[in-house]
Design a binder for this molecule. Sequence first.
Ligand code: COI
Length: 356
Amino acid sequence: MLPETLSIKVTPTAHSRIGEVDFENLPFGRIFSDHMLVMDYRDGEWQQPEIMAFGNLSLHPATSAIHYGQSIFEGMKANKAEDGEILIFRPDMNAHRFKESCERMCMPTIPDDVFIELVRKIVEVDKNWVPSKEGDSLYIRPYMFATDDFIGIKPSETYKFVIFTCPVGAYYSEPVNVKIEEFYTRASAGGVGRAKTAGNYGAALFPAKQGQLKGFHQLVWTDSKEHKYIEESGTMNIVFVINGVLVTPSEETDTILRGVTKRSVIEVAQSWGIPVEERKVSVEEIVNAIKDGSLTDAFGAGTAATIAPIVKIGFRDEVLNLPPLEGREISIKIKNYLDDLKGGKVEDTHGWCLHV
Ligand code: COI
């Protein structure tokens, strides 16, 4: 258990690297802020969290996460408002999902309020790294992995929880082309598809590469049993607009990642009176809706990807072109609203932003 009163040891770096960064041209995920937070779990409890200079971790060659995959992570973003205030978007949702991933992967949990405070603190320490440029953000990456130096299959008794941050530009610099995957599988019923665990991403690399060789940025995963129903895309959840209704695969199957951006899209749409259906979405329905013109929009929703318009969908030997971006009023309106909310430009009526 964590101490009642959370005390975080902070040792600031002696050499900030911020002067070396070109904030006008930020790539995604290659530039790391000055500090990281590290908290170890041993003897059945979390130890004191420490914020220190960003740097390499030293690992035993038998570190069990590397061999047996107890490794989970989260992703969220902080943005700077015009008045300089820093806002973190819905960290409570990430705290909750992180706990669910811990439970599924047999790892110790971190109370939501502690998780949120650790995230807030590392952002506060590196607040100068939060970009000001429109569209850029500070990406926050909390993760946890098993650290027992032991060969054998059992839950580790020791873990490391780390948070680092990266100033980032757009994940996708252009609208995306996706391919419906009917052979490989991301997740199956009873598996770990709902957990944000490292292996889900590693297992997707080979199939995704096959799609990339054919010119697609990402795959659209289908159910593992029949490959008949759409689940999610590689880096994001997927949402369609058909006859004015926002349609997205239901999470009931437990094979889909419970996306924070997707949930926000749904909640905003509902609050504006836009009809939303979370249900089974068949490949056949989507292909027919593209062909008969009733599908007017399709987009990915993810923390890194934000709202990523989809312009082409590959299905078997066909490449189906989606309607032009200009006519996509619903997703454009939702994206603009969410961007404004994250940047403090509109009143946060939902109470979604944490002020650092
Ligand atoms: C995120 O959206 O935060 C993810 O973890 C996905 C990854 C493509 C960066």
